[in-house]
Design a protein around this ligand. Structure first.
Ligand SMILES: Nc1ncnc2c1ncn2[C@@H]1O[C@H](COP(=O)(O)OP(=O)(O)OP(=O)(O)O)[C@@H](O)[C@H]1O
Ligand SMILES: [Mg+2]
Length: 258
């Protein structure tokens, strides 16, 4: 057997084994992520040199797990794996339906999740190409997305703003406003779930993540989602001490849907 596959397999086995994942909750999550097709997809990615070792959980979210992967040149990557069993495919279908980039004629849960992950990859690519402060997308396969691992100077994953609010919040907020404006006006996308849970604080610079639900600006949900994002950000940053309002943010972004 190819050594890479063995290596990835060993790591996955380690991850699933009681030794690495002590709590019952963790074991349950591991068995939920690593179903047969997901394992096969991981082997395929390992064979294509996108991944050598899967190291451990960075985060366990509602629908996805983010793990740290190591490539064969020792560089780290973030590996986001959507769990087939706990994904809200009805919500996914609802967001995908109005997106002209996708013509999804299936009710198959797995196919809908794959389209969702593909949408996150394409959104990220579009934003990255417009020079936004987002992780670089590397590749995607089925329910797996590989992206740049956002780290601090010590190599630790950058925390979300929720976990680590910026020291100079006014200057951080100013950078964030610029990113929000670029997101809409250059990326032509609305984030749709923008909050300090989805903004990393990388050494005092905002990095926007989690763009699976982001919609194109001519999507029927666009205006409503933008309004919600703006309100959330206004509320969160006022709480952090910034003198701002939804109106100010909205004027700054100056989004016109036509
Ligand atoms: N590229 C990255 N680099 C470093 N850490 C990351 C990266 N992407 C995600 N993370 C970490 O993983 C967490 C979860 O990621 P993300 O927000 O993309 O997924 P999620 O909220 O679990 O997904 P969903 O809500 O779509 O199920 C983040 O809060 C962050 O701590
Ligand atoms: Mg998130």
């Amino acid at each position: 057997m190819d050594s890479k596959i063995t290596k990835a397999d060993d790591e996955v086995q380690k991850l699933i084994s009681k030794k690495r994942l002590k709590s019952v909750e963790d074991r349950r999550v591991a068995s939920e992520i690593f179903d047969k097709i997901t394992l096969e997809s991981l082997y395929k990615l390992a064979n294509q040199n996108y991944l050598d070792i899967l190291n451990g959980a960075i985060s366990t979210g509602k629908e996805a797990n983010v793990l740290k992967g190591i490539k064969n040149d020792d560089s780290p990557v973030a590996v986001k794996i959507y769990r087939i069993s706990t994904s809200d495919f009805k919500k996914m279908n609802y967001y995908i339906a109005g997106d002209p980039r996708f013509n999804l004629r299936t009710k198959n849960k797995r196919q809908i999740i794959y389209a969702w992950v593909n949408k996150e990859f394409r959104n990220l690519k579009r934003l990255y190409e417009e020079n936004l402060s987002v992780p670089k997308p590397i590749t995607t396969l089925n329910n797996i997305l590989i992206l740049e691992y956002i780290v601090d100077r010590q190599g630790n994953p950058s925390p979300t703003v929720k976990v680590k609010p910026p020291k100079d919040v006014d200057s951080f907020f100013e950078k964030l406003l610029n990113e929000m404006s670029k997101f809409v006006n250059k990326g032509k996308l609305i984030h749709g779930d923008l909050s300090n849970f989805n903004i990393l604080n990388q050494e005092e610079t905002p990095v926007i993540i989690d763009v699976s639900q982001s919609v194109v600006t001519d999507h029927p949900l666009a205006e409503e989602l933008l309004k919600r994002d703006i309100n959330t950000i206004a509320k969160e940053y006022k709480k952090l001490g910034v003198n701002t309002s939804s109106e100010e943010i909205s004027n700054f972004i100056n989004f016109k849907n036509n």
